[in-house]
Design a protein. Structure first.
Ligand SMILES: Nc1ncnc2c1ncn2[C@@H]1O[C@H](COP(=O)(O)OP(=O)(O)OP(=O)(O)O)[C@@H](O)[C@H]1O
Ligand SMILES: [Mg+2]
Length: 438
């Protein structure tokens, strides 16, 4: 196992465009780090530079205590699972998993022992003699995973390994990966653009935008204390709403109505400003008719015209279109495009209690939990209401969480297959490039 330290990593492809731009990131020993960002932001490029499949233009890549910029992939002792994990169709599940060990000329008995242990961990034991074509998608995915973990790599790198699976299987595999990583305790970098994976799998999440690292933190920190509009809009589903607002003392005039900012720290962010963007998450709205008087007093009620509703059983989404000044509306559309969104109009999405009687086409009263709003500078996108104290607290909480996970792992039934001592052969196996069809 090893930590991975990236220092000002830059990648320029032939046309000079920096696909990855001065990324500095520490992945700690045993940590599960998630890399997220919209399509084309440089996630795969960064991963491929860690493994050594892509040259680093400048900066330093350190694995363990070794600078690996010039170290060949096969000498880095890392394991990678690709999005389109190709299995060898003519080999059995056993031989597919054994592949990296065979490459490393591992003795037969050792291969047998390790493959069997891995298969047990992944619940593939009864399928070992079958061919990949006869397996389900989830089973094939597990075989690919088995091939990655069968050798004792210093770190695992996953590039959207579950994107080929349907929603249900994704859910199952997600919990399996989580459990597996906890048991093996191996440093992991995992690329995804699935919100749920990003929020649930990792110890920390790193958000990339056009090759530039925006923020690294626990899922909770990114959700509650985003540094800017981009992170705020990217993390969370449905996305945070951004409403243009003109400032009048501590009152905000928004397209959904006027409301008061009571929180002193938030009010301070408004000082000296004429226009801001107010960020409100869908779940921080509620149907005012369902909110107690006591709770109501902690927020504000606005009148809104609901255009469309979607009842999902556990909650109800309501869409509230609004008019925004042209320049801000253009900026918001641009942001939405960048976030891979498809929002054509300026509209707020609110998530209400499923029992809400709100009907489309009617006016409704919506309660806003104004203690949870964020205020952004419209020109720089900076979050003006980030609370450093709370950030520090969330950091501590994240650490505790990680410790608890490690404890649980120590107390887990039995140690994972790593108990082996014969190490000589493993460093030779290369990070398996997706095998070509024979
Ligand atoms: N071989 C290449 N030559 C030139 N440009 C490339 C090459 N590979 C990637 N790029 C560019 O580098 C940028 C980052 O690409 P990368 O594949 O890392 O994105 P990504 O974040 O993994 O996206 P996705 O989520 O779609 O997989 C993109 O703008 C892409 O067009
Ligand atoms: Mg990619």
């Amino acid at each position: 196992m090893a930590a991975i330290t990236m220092k000002k990593i830059v990648k320029r492809y032939g046309d000079g465009f920096p696909a990855v731009n001065e990324v500095s990131l520490d992945v700690r020993d045993g940590e599960f780090m998630i890399l997220v960002g919209p399509s084309g932001c440089g996630k795969s490029t960064l991963l491929r530079m860690i493994v050594g499949l892509e040259d680093i233009t400048s900066g330093e890549m350190v694995i363990g205590d070794r600078v690996v910029n010039r170290v060949a992939p096969r000498e880095r002792n890392l394991s990678m699972v690709f999005q389109n994990y190709a299995l060898y169709p003519h080999l059995t599940v056993f031989e597919n998993i054994a592949f990296p060990l065979r490459l490393a000329k591992t003795p037969d008995a050792e291969v047998k022992r390790r493959v069997n242990e891995t298969a047990e961990l992944l619940e593939l034991t009864e399928h070992l003699e079958r061919k990949p074509a006869n397996l389900s998608g989830g089973q094939r995915q597990r075989v690919a995973m088995g091939r990655a973990i069968v050798r004792q790599a210093d770190a695992f790198l996953f590039d959207e390994p579950l994107s080929n699976l349907d929603a249900k299987l994704r859910g199952q595999m997600r919990t399996e990966i989580s459990r597996l990583q906890r048991r093996l305790g191996v440093t992991t970098v995992y690329v995804t653009h699935d919100q749920t994976e990003a929020m649930t799998l990792g110890d920390r999440v790193a958000v990339l935008r056009k090759g530039v690292l925006q923020q690294v933190g626990s899922p909770r920190e990114l959700y509650e204390q985003p540094v800017n509009l981009f992170v705020a809009g990217f993390i969370g589903s449905p996305s945070m709403n951004f409403l243009p607002a003109s400032v009048d003392g501590t009152t905000l005039e928004t397209p959904l109505g006027r409301f008061e900012v009571r929180d002193e720290r938030k009010a301070a962010a408004l000082e000296g400003r004429e226009v801001v963007l107010v960020g409100i998450r869908p779940e921080h709205f509620e149907d005012a008719s369902l909110v107690s008087e006591e709770k109501k007093a902690h927020g504000s009620v606005v009148a809104a015209h609901v255009d469309v509703t979607e009842w999902l059983g556990n909650e109800l989404y309501a869409y509230v279109p609004y008019e925004a000044p042209d320049d801000l509306a253009a900026q918001l559309r641009e942001l939405s495009r960048e976030l891979d969104g498809d929002q054509l109009r300026t509209q707020a999405v609110v998530a209400l209690d499923a029992s809400s009687p709100i009907t489309p086409g009617r006016d409704a009263e919506l309660w806003i939990d104004t203690s949870r709003i964020h205020i952004f500078d419209p020109s720089t996108g900076d979050n003006l209401t980030r609370d450093e104290e709370h950030v520090a607290e969330l950091g501590r909480l994240g650490e505790e969480h990680r410790e608890a996970k490690r404890d649980a792992q120590r107390h887990a039934e039995r140690p994972a297959p790593e108990a082996s001592t014969s190490e000589a052969s493993t460093s030779e196996a290369s990070a398996p490039e997706a095998p070509t069809e024979p």
